[in-house]
Ligand binder design. Structure first.
Ligand SMILES: *Cc1c(COP(=O)(O)O)cnc(C)c1O
Length: 470
């Protein structure tokens, strides 16, 4: 067991399960985890795109999401460049559920992405951003009739059929309007992927899609082909999230392509698009090592080409749906520390509980998925020793944890700002008003300037729904 020269106050707790060795330099920002332009300014604070986080915190309040616009655009552009090749034309759909605002949708369409949405609300954001409806894809396992009508009326390019019931529903909606709606059929292919592990089974026990093994998918294909107002363009599969390599996609593509061949053989019908979904992973903590976008794209292209050749199918247009991989790593959350509480957790072993002014209402992923994050003292640098620390929120739940285990400077004090990295996806998008906390603002920064993507909620926003409070 290693001991730290600074004694029990700093890092004497050796049993934090997911905590590695003490970092050599607590001020360092791992470029794999932090936004591309994040650096320490001369005064020691973190700056992004040349804007110091203290000034942003002052101007917009905390907690605050800060997104690096150029980083978003670069990742988006790199995705299109890697996937959309002459050998295999590919549409890259940004999965709007990760985080969506009108400004973000504009950036992404400017960079050549399409947008995928799964509710009327997400669809409305994309439409108000001026996204070409033909470049919108609408999926979801329980789209309401009203949502289907809105999507068809808007002229969305693709709707992903998720059940047999929906075929009838959507056909009716489209027929009434005298249009032919292009659709994918979502397959459940028996692959569940998470990071470098995936499970492949012959059956499926989940709510999404139509099962390949039970014959439901084939029945759906038959029904869509027969439907007067629907046009089957392709098959869709989404195997999971935070995936670090192509192995799971290989099994999924094998099964999707088998289904495409079966549809050809049974119904003399060839699909022209193949959508392998999203789920490409990002680094949240040091050591996370997702395969880079070019290698993943090449691997997926090779898999699709090989699989199609195996069953003598022409190579279809490919579609992918990254969400997290586009925005996750481009933003940070800045919190102000309110209280610091050294807690004796185990006979003299101390853990610093650092309470911040947000918590599970702006980042539910730690509580929900046991997600890990990287956190740093953001408003200044320090030469303090490290302390085993836990960053917790202000909600009335002991599970209200933002970063479960972290080495943070032992001198972190009330008023300091902490920054949590890689909070661009599934944080603000999943935010709640638990305990009547206003949801934080999201600002973007570029070339020394900031811009509001979403303003901070006010007390009036919170009370606007309560007739008795007006
Ligand atoms: C969530 C989701 C995505 C995006 O997943 P990421 O892990 O953010 O890339 C893509 N497609 C579908 C159908 C999804 O449900």
């Amino acid at each position: 067991m290693a001991t730290h020269p600074a004694g029990p106050r700093s890092g004497a707790l050796q049993h934090a399960p997911s905590l590695g060795n003490q970092p050599n330099d607590l001020n360092q920002l791992d470029p794999a985890v932090w936004p591309a332009s994040a650096t320490r300014a001369a005064n020691g604070e973190i700056q992004i795109a040349g804007v110091g986080i203290s000034a942003l915190a002052e101007q917009y309040g905390t907690p605050l999401f800060i997104m690096d616009e150029v980083d978003v655009r670069t990742r988006a552009r790199n995705y299109v460049a890697a996937y959309d090749t002459t050998e295999m034309p590919t549409d890259v759909y940004y999965a709007g559920k990760a985080f969506l605002t009108t400004t973000l949708a504009k950036w992404l369409t400017e960079e050549g992405l399409h947008i995928d949405v799964c509710t009327a609300g997400e669809l409305e954001v994309a439409l108000r951003a001026g996204v070409d409806p033909a470049k919108i894809l609408f999926h979801g396992n329980n789209k309401s009739v009203a949502e289907l009508e809105k999507a068809v009326d808007a002229g969305v390019g693709r709707i992903v059929i998720d059940s047999l019931i929906e075929i009838e529903r959507l056909n009716k909606v489209a027929a009434l309007r005298g249009v032919t709606q292009q659709v994918f059929i979502r397959l459940t292919v028996g692959v569940e992927a998470h990071t470098h592990e995936f499970i492949a089974t012959a059956h499926e026990d989940q709510k999404f899609g139509l099962s390949v093994s039970s014959g439901a998918a084939l029945a759906a294909a038959e029904a869509v082909i027969a439907a007067e107002a629907l046009s089957l363009v392709g098959l869709h599969s989404h195997i999971g999230s935070q995936i670090f390599d192509a192995a799971g996609f290989e099994v999924a593509a094998h099964r999707v392509v088998d289904m495409a061949a079966k549809i050809r053989d049974e119904f003399d019908f060839t699909v022209t698009e193949l959508n392998l979904g999203g789920g490409m992973g990002i680094a949240y903590v040091e050591g996370d090592d997702p395969i880079n976008v070019n290698h993943m794209a090449k691997a997926i292209h090779d898999i699709v080409i090989t699989e199609c050749a195996r069953v003598h199918l022409p190579v279809p247009k490919l579609c992918v749906e990254p969400g997290r991989a586009i925005v996750g790593g481009t933003a940070i959350t800045v919190y102000e520390v309110g209280t610091v509480k050294p807690v004796d957790v185990d006979g003299g072993n101390i853990r610093h509980y650092l309470s911040v002014d947000g918590g599970m209402s702006d980042n539910i992923r730690t509580a929900l998925y046991d997600a890990e994050y990287t956190v740093a003292l953001a408003s200044r640098s320090t030469d303090s020793v490290a302390a085993v620390s836990r960053v917790v929120g202000k909600h009335c739940e002991s599970g209200d944890i933002v970063v479960r285990d972290a080495w943070l400077p032992a001198d972190v004090a009330p008023g300091d700002l902490l920054a949590v990295a890689a909070t661009g996806a599934y944080c603000r998008a999943m935010a709640s008003n638990y305990n009547y906390l206003p949801r934080p603002a999201v600002v973007s920064v570029r070339d020394g300037q900031s811009q509001v993507l979403l303003r901070r909620e006010t007390m009036d926003d919170l009370l606007a729904l309560d007739p008795g409070a007006l």
